[in-house]
Design a protein around this ligand. Structure first.
Ligand code: ZN
Ligand code: ZN
Length: 289
């Protein structure tokens, strides 16, 4: 069985319509497909949906769901929602997955993601931004990329603490610009301690995290999110996993599921979890995928 709960559309930075993505998923043998265009934020970006498009996005995904109902593919309406920490200590976050502003489309599920590192530079700083922007931002921090991953994992734990999401997105996205250990050592004890602390916290809160091959699809890195040591820690902590392609184009659907499943198996996972209805999660053996 194939499934993924991380699918973008042209309403954000995806390249295709919901209908085109659903058709590609059906052709690739998917049983469940969740749409997660980047949700609107309190400020505009080139990759987040605009507030005024939220209703049209929901209608397009619901139409795709109706078109495939009874034909082997169940389509869910979701959003990939940012957690953005406040720059002042103690203040409410700038954005968070459980925000009531997203209730108006009654999403079937919410994918909670950290992209933004805030309060560290004078302009928008996301860990998955283009390499040149990342380099400029790290230079602004005196060249110390440790501050980036430390803040990233703090934000991730803060998102988990606040909750309001169904799936935890691309757990170690902070490595996207770190091919060849360009900025930091992902096997370093201090890096892994920060990541493992977030893993243990997510396991305590009984989160479901995704295995996400989006960095491979974009040609940025050679491995899935999360990396092998983090996946092993997740297995030891009992954190449940699902699959999220992070597909931005039809050709991404199904292309990297083998790598994601192999990474879970290599970390000792014997089963993954899939959602067959909003809020309803089922376990499936890795041999059945
Ligand atoms: Zn993302
Ligand atoms: Zn995404």
């Amino acid at each position: 069985m194939r499934f993924s709960y991380h699918t973008h559309t042209r309403y954000c930075d995806g390249k295709a319509t919901a209908a085109e993505m659903a058709a590609a998923a059906a052709a690739a043998g998917y049983s469940y497909l969740g749409f997660t265009s980047h949700a609107p934020l309190p400020f505009r970006t080139s990759w987040n949906m605009a507030w005024e498009d939220l209703g049209a996005y929901a209608s397009e995904v619901r139409a795709a769901a109706a078109a495939w109902r009874g034909r082997g593919l169940t389509v869910f309406l979701g959003l990939e929602i940012d957690y953005i920490a406040a720059s002042a200590a103690g203040a409410a976050p700038v954005a968070w997955p459980g925000a009531a502003a997203y209730d108006r489309i009654a999403p079937d599920f919410r994918l909670g993601s950290v992209h933004f590192i805030t309060g560290m530079a004078d302009d928008e700083f996301t860990v998955d931004e283009p390499a040149g922007d990342f380099e400029r931002h790290v230079a602004g921090l005196g060249g110390d990329a440790k501050a980036v991953w430390a803040q990233y994992y703090r934000n991730l734990s803060a998102m988990v603490d606040r909750g309001g999401f169904d799936i935890l997105g691309h757990f170690d996205l902070v490595k996207k610009n770190n091919a060849g250990s360009r900025w930091f050592d992902e096997s370093g004890a201090d890096y892994l301690a920060a990541a493992f602390e977030a893993v243990d916290f997510a396991a305590e809160r009984d989160c479901i995290a995704e295995i996400n091959p989006g960095g491979i699809a974009r040609g940025k890195i050679a491995e899935v999110y999360p990396s092998a040591p983090i996946l092993r820690r997740m297995r030891e902590a009992g954190l449940r996993l699902t699959l999220g392609d992070d597909a931005h184009a039809p050709e991404h659907l199904g292309a990297y599921q083998g790598a994601a499943i192999a990474a879970a198996a290599a970390a000792g996972y014997r089963s993954l979890w899939y959602m067959d209805a909003p809020g309803s999660w089922k376990e499936i053996g890795i041999d059945e995928l």
